[in-house]
Design a protein around this ligand. Structure first.
Ligand code: DGL
Length: 261
């Protein structure tokens, strides 16, 4: 099974992309709704949660992990790779590669949770690939909770987005990285507010493509993922709003099972 986790429903955008790219493999998802949002918590807490989520997915049969949460990836990828002996993918590295390949002006904007932006990970990874690129980062702490609430097309959400995006628009970024897996659900609102000429990078497709290429090169591991084609979705808390947002993301009725980890 492919194990995927996020703090909530946002990582389902990654699960959906993985389902589309690799329909033949089993997939198990964990959304930590009881403890969401991660983005305003301390690095120690985020690392602990990431560790517990990974352990849970492994116990459920995951043979590889995708950290479908930029916040957990920015803080805990190295720790998880040190502590767990299985391949660990995350959403930041492939999004950075795509952003650097996409930007023509060398002015890249990044939006994410406070923890992700404070970690400086995007700036470091972008500079590592392209030293001259200018990175403009904007923490957007209100967006993930709005998505969790299903406020995907509300006037208030549009106002908040305008406020967050306006400094990046002023900096004339030609590429904008959605540095939080909740944000693809707001893409239709983000694109007109950042400007139609700015390319918006959604990491879900990038990480799914990276995983597909990796499995093609590692058939032994791929065969361990294959036997169970089922998809299982777990959450640590379940509300009507969560269910509605999950169904919207997948465009079908999703069965969410509540677990305590
Ligand atoms: N979806 C998460 C991310 O990609 C985190 C949102 C949150 O829990 O604050 O950063």
């Amino acid at each position: 099974m492919i194990g995927i986790f996020d703090s909530g429903v946002g990582g389902m955008t990654v699960a959906r992309a993985v389902e589309q790219a690799l329909p033949e493999h089993g997939l198990i998802y964990f959304g930590d709704l009881a403890r969401t949002p991660y983005g305003s918590k301390s690095p120690e807490t985020i690392s602990n949660y990431a560790r517990q989520n990974t352990q849970f997915l492994i116990e459920q049969g995951a043979k590889l992990i995708i950290i479908a949460c930029n916040t957990a990836a920015s803080i805990a990828s190295d720790t998880l790779r040190r502590e767990f002996n299985l391949p660990i993918f995350e959403v930041i590295t492939p999004a950075v590669a795509k952003a650097v390949a996409t930007s023509k002006s060398g002015r890249i904007g990044v939006i994410g949770t406070r923890a992700t932006i404070n970690s400086n990970i995007y700036e470091e990874k972008i500079r590592h690939l392209a030293a001259k690129v200018k990175v403009f980062s904007q923490p957007c702490p209100l967006l993930a909770p709005l998505v969790e609430e299903g406020w995907l097309n509300k006037r208030e959400t549009k106002m908040i987005l305008r406020r967050y995006l306006s400094p990046l628009k002023q900096q004339q970024v030609d590429t904008l990285v959605l540095g939080c897996t909740h944000y693809p659900l707001l893409k239709e609102l983000i694109q007109p507010r950042i400007g139609k000429r700015t390319k918006v990078i959604d990491s879900s497709h990038e990480v799914a493509a990276e995983l597909k290429a990796f499995l093609a090169e590692n058939p032994a591991l791929a065969s361990q993922l294959s036997p169970e084609k089922e998809k299982r979705y777990y959450v640590s808390d379940l509300t009507e709003a969560t269910l509605a947002t999950a169904n919207l993301i997948f465009g079908r009725t999703i069965e969410l099972s509540k677990v305590t980890i």
